[in-house]
Write a protein that binds this ligand. Structure first.
Ligand SMILES: NC(=O)c1ccc[n+]([C@@H]2O[C@H](COP(=O)([O-])OP(=O)(O)OC[C@H]3O[C@@H](n4cnc5c(N)ncnc54)[C@H](O)[C@@H]3O)[C@@H](O)[C@H]2O)c1
Ligand SMILES: N[C@H](C(=O)O)[C@H](O)COP(=O)(O)O
Length: 353
């Protein structure tokens, strides 16, 4: 397989009744995208031809039956299935879930076997994907099982990175999931990803509190004092620049978030509400900490817009750019790390980022 040195970007189709197909095609309609990456869409040529007609685009696909046959400078479509599939835009139904998972499983297999360099996932619906063979609340949890490493859901944009201590966890279960072990693992992951994937030499990390006003000395809950503070003190004593816990309510409004390379929120909405308020449409969801790279847009299936040709594709395009950029930064970091005597090269790498 001649890849002409382009990074191979595998793309899972997501829920076929959502906006996934539209944002993928809008992204690759711009043929300049093919100058720095080779896309492979995991779906079927039949299905993609249906979408092409639906959205009246003149995009050209190159159908392949084996990943080894992919061609650089083409928008490759790997036939993961051959049968006709009914698309019913805007409908949450079992077909949408079934084919989303077929596509995702094939793409993750290719990622594990290094047939693709990075994976960019189009959005899935968390309800219709559930089955006996797939019982995960999202991509992050599935990838954490399939790949190696300690995963972290990390939302990134040009000026903001927010990671989550607990991600797809019901609010009633958040507190019991915030353990010393989890805090150590998540901080370790964000620390290493900032250095290795983003080239930041001495990362500064802020952590948001669990309770309102970080508990106000135990008046509104004591977990900030009994669990979070001791864990962060220990991490600090071991040399990492970790700050907080900060009261979450004023952290973004005050502008304090601009002083850090990344912010760790205690639970999903504490982190994702400010992120999506500040960066929606341009943000990227990166599964950090694993031995392979996966990104996705910062939004979901948007069934209300599906089939209408009005969805914004910029976040998906950013997800492709980010995956490629993280892949290159990590590769460079790993190459330099293999030659520890070249310390000056490593310093230069970290400074130039
Ligand atoms: N990466 C993923 O697979 C992913 C991410 C987020 C949500 N989801 C899932 O998607 C489903 C729907 O979730 P939701 O309704 O909470 O969020 P959503 O992001 O699908 O929609 C929220 C709002 O944002 C709008 N919106 C979303 N994407 C847009 C785009 N590209 N252009 C313009 N407007 C856009 C929608 O029209 C809607 O009004 C849920 O099952 C959720 O779990 C999946
Ligand atoms: N929490 C993510 C968001 O709101 O954007 C989303 O649910 C995606 O999760 P996965 O990447 O795990 O599918």
């Amino acid at each position: 397989m001649s890849r002409e040195d382009k990074i191979v970007v595998g793309i899972s189709i997501g829920d076929i009744n959502g906006i996934g197909s539209e944002i993928i095609m809008k992204t690759f309609e711009d043929l300049r995208m093919l100058e720095f990456c080779t896309p492979v869409i995991f779906a079927s040529v039949k299905l993609m031809s249906f979408f092409k007609k639906q959205f009246e685009t003149d995009i050209n696909f190159h159908g392949i039956d084996k990943i080894e046959d992919l061609v650089p400078k083409k928008i490759n479509v790997l036939n993961v299935w051959k049968e006709h599939v009914d698309v019913t835009f805007g409908e949450e139904n079992p077909t949408g879930g079934e084919y989303a998972i077929k596509s995702l499983k094939a793409a993750v297999e290719a990622l594990k076997n290094k047939k693709i360099d990075v994976l960019v996932t189009a959005p899935i619906n968390k309800s219709n994907i559930q089955s006996e063979s797939f019982n995960f609340p999202g991509h992050t949890d599935y990838l954490a099982q399939e790949l190696e490493g300690e995963s972290l859901m990390l939302l990134i944009s040009e000026n903001l990175r927010i990671g989550l201590l607990t991600d797809h966890v019901a609010v009633k279960d958040v507190v019991k999931n915030i353990t010393r072990e989890r805090i150590d693992k998540k901080i370790n992951t964000i620390y290493h990803t900032l250095i290795e994937d983003f080239g930041i030499e001495k990362p500064k990390i802020a952590v948001l509190g669990i309770n309102p006003h970080t508990g106000d000395n135990g008046v509104i809950g004591d977990e900030d004092d009994t669990v979070l503070r001791p864990a962060l003190d220990n991490i600090r004593n071991n040399g990492k620049m970790v700050f907080g816990p900060y009261a979450a309510d004023s952290f973004f409004g005050s502008g304090n978030y601009k002083n850090f390379d990344a912010i760790i929120a205690s639970y999903h909405d504490q982190g994702l509400i400010p992120f999506k308020t500040l960066a929606f449409g341009k943000g990227v969801n990166f599964t950090a900490g694993l031995n392979r790279i996966r990104t996705s847009p910062d939004h979901g299936t948007a069934f209300d817009l599906a089939g209408k040709n009005t969805a914004n594709f910029e976040s998906f395009r950013e997800a492709v750019f980010s995956a490629v950029s993280i892949f290159e930064t990590r590769r460079e970091y790993n190459e330099i790390s293999k030659k520890p005597l070249q310390a000056s090269r490593k310093r230069a790498f970290l400074k130039k980022k």
